[in-house]
Unconditional design. Structure first.
Ligand code: ZN
Length: 577
């Protein structure tokens, strides 16, 4: 199962804190019939935009009434949405065809220039935050609006701009090393994705050989991967110091918009995983060994859940999309309307094509209130539920929230939408897999649970590396080995010295590219399991809860929407009432 690299928030530099959006239906006729392929792209004039930010700042300071300030905010929001939409179009088209030089140039220009607007953005935000009409803004749009603004301010630092640029050069290099991998195997030259397909091969020796070939690629590239990681730790820790912290960790948390929990809570969650979930996963792998008739599930056996192979879709890609459309109509009126919207406006691109970037994401075109889903394979039902779960949440939030700053939620909430949608699809697995539906459900659930210990290890690894920059590269890798012993005691590589000494972590692109994102997948697995339980008990109530969470968008922080209603809270209090 390929984990999505997260919900992409395309504007790279300081959050667009002033994205107000109200008059969305103004272009109704113009936008109702659009198709993604024929949308016009025009390079945004960022120098003119820079001047506008300064003008808006002055206008915000001079606003004489809340109405005047509000009207200004809506205007700013509309313009920001237009800019964001153009940025998204360029980015999507660039990933659709990485060989297209036009969009490559456009994306490079936008990526280089947008961060330089940070100073003006922050100044505008500050003008709004210190306005005498702040209480009116909070009354209408909620306190979360200024929480976002505070985050933006906390994260901005002039001295970090060149460090950001160095960081992106290094992460691009990591991506390039991965994207250009050429692994000789089975008489062919394969990329990383190609060799991973053999991890589910029915022949055990073949699986073991594939894993060896895969590991050899990382071993061969280890010297450069060590250097890149070492540099990233140094650069990111410097960013943290420039912002007045001991190291990068608090900045990483801010970047994930974590405002109501911190390192201590995350550490306690990891400990709960070790105590409660690790033993359950051990049992699952013991059972798998019995099914497969082997002594121990080696790493190259982990994906082989059944001796006669895993569930295969009952039809081709077109069949899967059609079936998904039918399922979404069955789930609810809202999901039915949503899937038709996605198909009619060409907002999904799921097939492998030459030149297409090997990634998966959901992003949005805010001025069209349209999500976009990108992938390079349908493979199984996963892409049609996980990525479309993200897209459905975006679709609902864009139609429910008054301001575009609330169109997308923090990433720890976002993965609840996607992972819960995977669970809501279980009753329809027969439509996709025929008589293999049970196999699909079992393997999917096992994967969802056994993933969590790995996920928290990825999180702890990053904490160790940033908190102990004095470790040598080899010592860092050995820390990964220790984490495997702690969270994945079943993990055995069978005499592969590179993997045995901890080499497995190098493949995890999130560690290089998206610091401290990974814990989200594990926290949200818990959220999705809660929805799974509720769905089994009371389908209609669970769906209404889910809908509410989707509509909430980014208007609340993590803990707030997850808190049970007050009455339920009283009911649950262990001391009783
Ligand atoms: Zn996701």
């Amino acid at each position: 199962m390929q984990r999505c690299v997260g919900v992409q928030v395309p504007i790279p530099a300081p959050r667009q804190a002033t994205l107000f959006y109200k008059n969305v239906r103004r272009n109704r006729n113009a936008t109702d019939n659009f198709r993604f392929s024929t949308l016009e792209y025009k390079r945004p004039d960022l120098e003119a935009y820079r001047a506008k930010l300064t003008e808006w700042k002055a206008a915000a300071e001079q606003a004489e009434s809340y109405d005047a300030l509000r009207a200004l905010m809506l205007k700013i929001d509309r313009e920001n949405c237009e800019l964001f939409t153009q940025y998204s179009i360029a980015n999507i088209r660039h990933t659709l065809n990485t060989r297209d030089e036009f969009y490559e140039t456009e994306v490079a220009y936008l990526d280089d220039t947008l961060p330089t607007l940070g100073g003006e953005e922050v100044a505008l935000s500050e003008a709004i935050a210190s306005s005498p009409f702040r209480p009116d803004i909070e009354k209408e749009f909620g306190k979360q609006y200024f929480v976002g603004m505070d985050l933006q301010k906390k994260m901005f630092c002039e001295a970090n701009i060149p460090l950001r640029q160095q960081e992106s050069r290094l992460t691009n290099e990591y991506q390039k090393i991965m994207a250009t991998a050429e692994i000789p195997f089975d008489g062919k030259t394969l990329n990383l994705y190609g060799v991973q397909k053999y991890f589910e091969h029915p022949d055990r020796a073949m699986r073991a050989a594939a894993v060896r070939a895969y590991a050899k690629f990382y071993e061969d590239n280890e010297p450069r991967l060590e250097e890149i990681w070492d540099e990233l730790i140094r650069i990111r820790n410097q960013m943290g110091k420039n912002l007045g912290y001991e190291n990068y960790i608090p900045v990483g948390y801010l970047e994930q918009s974590r405002t109501d929990y911190g390192e201590k809570e995350v550490a306690s969650f990891r400990e709960q995983v070790r105590t409660f979930l690790v033993p359950l996963c051990q049992k699952l792998y013991d059972a798998q060994a019995k099914r497969l008739g082997i002594d121990h599930v080696m790493w190259y056996d982990e994906k082989m859940v059944f001796p006669d192979g895993n569930a295969e879709p009952a039809g081709d890609d077109a069949f899967m999309v059609k079936t998904a459309q039918k399922m979404y109509h069955e789930i609810s009126p809202e999901t039915g309307e949503f899937i038709d919207f996605m198909i009619d406006h060409e907002l999904m691109d799921l097939q492998n094509k030459p030149g297409k970037a090997s990634t998966g994401y959901m992003t949005s075109l805010p001025s069209l209130k349209a999500p976009f889903v990108f992938n390079h394979t349908i493979g199984d039902m996963q892409v049609l539920t996980h990525e479309l779960g993200h897209a459905f949440a975006g679709y609902m939030a864009m139609r429910s929230q008054p301001i575009s700053d609330y169109y997308s939620e923090s990433t720890d909430i976002a993965e609840i939408h996607s992972m819960s949608m995977e669970q809501f699809a279980y009753p329809y697995a027969e439509w996709f897999f025929g008589d293999q539906a049970d196999k699909f459900r079992f393997a999917h659930l096992q994967e969802a649970l056994t993933f969590v210990p790995f996920g928290v290890a990825v999180d702890e690894f990053q904490h160790i590396c940033y908190a102990h920059p004095e470790l040598t590269p080899k010592e860092r890798t050995y820390q990964w080995h220790l984490l495997e012993e702690k969270y994945m005691p079943w993990r055995k590589y069978e005499s592969d010295p590179f993997l045995e000494r901890g080499g497995y972590w190098y493949h995890k692109l999130h560690i290089y590219l998206y610091p401290f994102y990974y814990i989200n997948y594990t926290l949200t697995t818990m959220g999705a399991m809660e929805f799974k339980k509720k769905y089994a008990e009371d389908k209609a109530a669970a769906w209404q809860d889910y809908l509410k969470l989707c509509k909430t968008g980014g208007s609340r922080s993590y803990l707030e929407p997850l808190r049970p209603p007050r009455s339920a809270n009283l009911h649950r209090a262990p001391w009783g009432y």
